[in-house]
Design a protein. Sequence first.
Length: 309
Amino acid sequence: MTTRRLLRSLILAIASIVLAIILAFAYCFISEETNVFNNVLKAAEQGDAKEQYALGLMYYDGGVFRKQDYSQAVKWFRKSAEQGNTKAQFNLGEMYADGEGVTQDYQEAVKWYKKAAEQGNAEAQSALGYMYQIGYGVTKDYQEAHKWLRKAAEQGNADGQFHLGVTYAVGLGVAKDCQGAFNWFKKAAEQGNAIYQSILASSYRNGDCVTRNYEEAIKWYKKSAEQGDAIAQHALGEMYAKGEGVAADYIEAYKWTILAAEQGDPNAVEERDSLKKKMSPQQIDEAEKIAKEFKPKINNATLKADETK
């Protein structure tokens, strides 16, 4: 046998072993996922509210070998919710609010939010407060909105904190309080939500309800931009271009502006083209390379924790 044939045979043998190992792992994974699902299904069918909620999540999220099924998710969330499980009640409310697996029905959403909120579920308290604030599924009532949003905010719920800040900023159901609004916005941003971080940064940049502070604006825009928020990326690009709170840096400015433009921000597209005219080819190449390598950071506060849905 020639050396080339021997080498080929060896490679094929190694490939066969690797394939066998991969298939063995895949089989174990499938078996494990199937066993977990079957165990949860069995307990849910026997009336265990916690497992009914867990089964609802499994159907909502789907899996590698299990199809996503919103109708089944609704079915099992409802069974759990009817037994008083607050997470299931909240998720059922979310599905009615979003029209997932059911016809969109804000009144039904409010009904389930309220059941969970009255038992102290912070996510439901925040959602219920927001519904009262905008008048979806319930008569608009700013006092009720403020009550539920405060309950959620005081439990550390970021959405509740932000929307409570809105009530103080605008004066909805409470006396207008710019400083109070800023304090709640900051609490929400400190939990890592990219949108709230961007809004806080804007407050610092523009001097809304706080002394203007470009350094703080840069800090919070960067936290948001690194998670992929296009508005923050565009604003950060502007600040680097103008040297607001940081030494002017066209490479950084162009990088962030490119990233915002790629997400469809029309103002960023215009800004990108304007910046390009002020830069050398080497600077453009460097900025484009850095932008290409950018990967947004994942933050559960922005993405919505799986404990809610």
